[in-house]
Structure formats: C-alpha cells, structure tokens
Design a protein around this ligand. Sequence first.
Ligand SMILES: [Zn+2]
Length: 79
Amino acid sequence: MKADIHPTYYHDAKITCACGATYITGSTRKEIHVDTCSNCHPFYTGKQKLIDTAGTLEKFKKRAAKTTALRSRKARAKA
Ligand SMILES: [Zn+2]
C-alpha cells in the first residue's frame, strides 16, 4: 500500500442500531449509528411495524374500495 494516502482502517468498528443491537465490523469509521438493522427490520423479523402518522394507508384503502365499487357497477351495467 502507498504510504499516507489511505484512511485509517478499524478492524473493530462498532455499528450501533437504534434498536440496541451492536455489530463489530471493519470500516474506516470507528463508530457507525444506524436506524435499522437485520435484527429489527420488518423484512427479517416478519413483523409489520407501520408508522402511519398522516393516515395515508387509510386514505389508500378508501380510494381502493371506491374504485372496486365503481368497477363492479360498470361491469354490471355492461351485462
Ligand atoms: Zn436494529
């Protein structure tokens, strides 16, 4: 390796997640903080953890129900 051009490499860099889990890895940064990790991400836990503050999901469900109703009405009118 060329001297004086490489950043310091930490072989025991610590990743700290918001859920409290910690991991040791190799990195040029000594400490890394993350919001989600394989320990708490819904994809890995299989649990749905929805943070729906604006009620966007409710709005979508309402809209979807309306569309379905309209479609079935149109289909009946055609028959
Ligand atoms: Zn986590």
